[in-house]
Design a protein around this ligand. Sequence first.
Ligand code: AAO
Length: 508
Amino acid sequence: MKFLLLLSLVGFCWAQYDPHTQYGRTSIVHLFEWRWVDIAKECERYLGPKGFGGVQVSPPNENVVIHNPSRPWYERYQPISYKICTRSGNENEFRDMVTRCNNVGVRIYVDAVINHMCSTGNAAGTSSTCGSYYNPNNRDFPAVPYSGWDFNDGKCNGGINNYNDANQVRNCHLLGLLDLALEKDYVRTTIADYMNNLIDIGVAGFRLDAAKHMWPGDIKAILNKLHNLNTKWFSQGSRPFIFQEVIDLGNEAIKSNEYFGNGRVTEFKFGAKLGTVIRKWNGEKMAYLKNWGEGWGMMPTDRALVFVDNHDNQRGHGAGGASILTFWDARLYKMAVGFMLAHPYGFTRVMSSYRWDRRFENGKDVNDWIGPPNNNGAIKEVTINADTTCGNGWVCEHRWRQIRNMVAFRNVVQSQPFANWWDNGSNQVAFGRGNRGFIVFNNDDWSLSARLQTGLPAGTYCDVISGDKINGSCTGIKVQVSGDGTAQFSISNSAEDPFIAIHAESKL
Ligand code: AAO
């Protein structure tokens, strides 16, 4: 019995579903296109102190350099070799980042592009971030090395025309990208060597790019070759955290649950549906969020990696469509991220973006390719303004007070049950997490005024959306919880942020 208990404990704590964040840290942030030197500094000056659990970094391996258009962000999804050598920095800088972040309790998760190499559309040459030669036409990548034998051309030589055909999706060329033959032991070992190098450096896990385009069994075979995490920072026997990018909105051949055996899976329904609700499209109302999560046809909470937007669908790539909320719709976006972070469903990832010259023609952003802020191609430093926001074109949503404070809220209410739901039948809703936190939203076109059961002990609490608790006093709205746990809430529909959140550590 004791042994079984221990086994299940081991299964939970050391397995591929566990992000291995430090105790009390419950979210990660995607620092899209940041340089390693900036991430190292951000871990020390911000993410560690503010309770972030980890960072998803852009692909660290050598990629093709595209000049037309000029240095798009997406060139990083076209690998040339597994050398750690990109616009974000070299291997020494990567190692320094991993060490410094781990030392302040912030984990690093690598975006692993292992389904394919670069596109057939690139001419042979050395236009790559480390100068390695490649010839896509001959399937020649000597810096790995891969040759014609290592690709799936024998099974399929063209693109994916039908997402209802699993064979096509997994054997053909996604977007013209050369599809690796992951059933070959040489290819599996080569990829595992790359990932093991990163594990030994100290990363905590991986996002598996385009996992939908790989057979789950091939992924499993690669994962079986991976080392345990570095014992300098992780307990003995810890397995790398795995989250697989599988887009399953419910209408195609490939299902998320085929991948559960390997690790967590990205839940794309989450952002698409939450965006629809907060925008009040299709007759949706926040009141319907009462059974959010599995009740909305989403995967089991312990398998889900959730987010409001990602680097693809914030610019019209990938899936989710126009309902996806992003920093461009800041007011609604903050509510959506606040809802995500307050709600117990899934493991949460916050997006952190850069601004670009968005320009719509016929409903499509023709500048969806624009890369990060740069000087002649070199990524610009993330500078920090006096008011703690970022400069040089970096949006840093994770530094917005409302978002940063909700990351802390989620830490404070960790493992507390969903409780005290209230709604007005429309778009005014509230819920708590046990006796540790409570949040109220007004997304109606009229004011909210209600006395609600918060579940919290009596006292005066600081609303962490409109302000901060600093040195025992509150720079925002104060909320009085009485002895019976109820409090009066008033939220104008024209408030800058029409929601209020209080928690055990915002008590004055
Ligand atoms: C670039 C150019 C291409 C060119 C290529 C090669 O844009 O025109 O052919 O170079 O020269 C990123 C960029 C791509 C870029 C690529 C390589 O997004 O634009 O291509 O780098 O540089 C599919 C995959 C998914 C993938 C997503 C973008 O399933 O894995 O496309 N995401 C990851 C990364 C992404 C990266 C790659 C993969 C490649 O996050 O950044 O690409 O490494 C359906 C399917 C989805 C499918 C979408 C889009 O979705 O379900 O699986 O995603 O189509 O093709 C409704 C439906 C929904 C549907 C959606 C869109 O919402 O309900 O199911 O419509 O039709």
